[in-house]
Design a protein around this ligand. Structure first.
Ligand SMILES: *Cc1c(COP(=O)(O)O)cnc(C)c1O
Length: 362
């Protein structure tokens, strides 16, 4: 249908077909306004309605109430790496980072530019193939916050159970698994995600923030980099990435229509199992990077017996309509990103391709 392929790219990534079709339908004339959302003032009533609904839908899916805000801002998750210490790390305090991959390292690197940091746990040994156990986490005294990466896009690992700390703000980069499963969002002071993996198109970054974290953002930092600026103006302080927010809202409606986070988790588990089962039953032909108890439901990373075979796997898969499977250079091999929007048929097609490829090449 529509000559669409199965897109396993890590991001920007696959979007729900129903969302793309809805956006296409409304592209030229959004709800009888006679114009596209692309052309619409962000101060207009229809856009304000989109902005308000997107915040409400996000909070509903996460089970959050009035003590949280949802902000739609720009600069990607990478700008959040800097905004977090700028807003929350004072010179007398230390920020704790749990390192589970390249993105956590980058987050800590930005914090180091602003103040003291402490590595509360790391699984760099073994090239980030696992998530640390709770008993491995050693916090500093009274940290300003603890930062984690819930899903490690590059390495294909994911916290199976998310940690929680009493009275210490917990901040999570959920760029690659936001809204992929139910979790206790109230355990988090802040959650952020670049939209382009699991929430929508590139260009908008979603920040879910507890209101008490908006109270003491320093007035000495640039206005655009203060969370309070965006909260005070309902994400309309300056021109927002309006079309991206509109698509995110359609994705949120789509998720609600499927039955919310419990329903999508069930689907994600079934999809991931299709591929992990092939890996586990391949007698070592496919070799998963992640330890079994740290496996991601979103990014499946695996190697083949040789780099030559990995190359032919990628090119033959591409020819078969399975796109974006080349792994990140720091892990090598293959990576199948199977975000919420990847249909089960895509995972079935990949499973069948993997079984056939092994038969031909072993
Ligand atoms: C992709 C990714 C980022 C970087 O996101 P940008 O929006 O490109 O800055 C950060 N963290 C994680 C976990 C990611 O997967």
């Amino acid at each position: 249908m529509n000559n669409r392929i199965f897109n396993f790219s890590a991001g920007p990534a696959v979007l729900p077909l129903a969302v793309l079709q809805e956006a296409q339908q409304e592209l030229l004339n959004y709800q009888n306004t006679g114009m596209s959302v692309l052309e619409m003032s962000h101060r207009s009533k229809p856009y304000e309605a989109i902005n308000t609904e997107a915040e409400a839908n996000m909070k509903e899916l996460l089970g959050l109430g009035d003590d949280y805000r949802v902000l739609f801002i720009q600069g990607g998750a990478s700008t959040q790496f800097a905004m977090i210490p700028m807003n929350f790390l004072t010179p007398d305090r230390t920020a704790d980072y749990i390192l589970t991959g390249a993105w956590s390292e980058k987050a800590q690197k930005e914090a180091k530019l602003y103040g003291k940091t402490h590595v509360a746990a790391t699984t760099a040994d073994g090239n980030y193939k696992r998530i640390p156990g709770f008993d491995e986490i050693k916090l500093s005294d009274n940290p300003a916050y603890v930062h984690i990466t819930s899903n490690n896009t590059i390495f294909g690992t994911q916290w199976q159970n998310l940690p929680a700390f009493d009275n210490i703000p917990l901040i999570a980069d959920m760029s690659s698994d936001m809204l992929s499963r139910p979790f206790n969002a109230k355990d988090f002071a802040m959650i952020y995600a670049g939209a382009q993996k699991n929430l929508g198109p590139a260009g908008v970054t979603v920040v879910v923030i507890r209101k008490d974290l908006l109270e003491n953002n320093p007035k000495t930092i640039p206005t655009m980099l203060r969370y309070a600026t965006h909260s005070d103006k309902d994400s309309l302080y300056n021109t927002p990435p309006s079309f991206a927010v509109y698509i995110v809202n359609l994705v949120l409606r789509w998720l609600k229509g499927l039955g919310g986070l419990a329903a999508i988790e069930k689907m994600n588990k079934e999809k991931a199992a299709l591929i992990y089962d092939v890996i586990d039953q391949s007698n070592g032909f496919y070799n998963g990077h992640a330890d079994k108890d740290s496996r991601s439901l979103m990014n499946v990373t695996f190697r083949l017996p040789s780099e030559e075979l990995e190359k032919s796997f990628v090119s033959e898969a591409t020819a078969a309509g399975l796109n974006g499977l080349k792994g990140h250079r720091s892990v090598g091999g293959l990576r199948a990103s199977i975000y919420n929007a990847m249909p089960k048929e895509g995972c079935e097609a990949l499973r069948n391709f993997m079984i056939e490829f092994q038969k031909k090449n072993s």
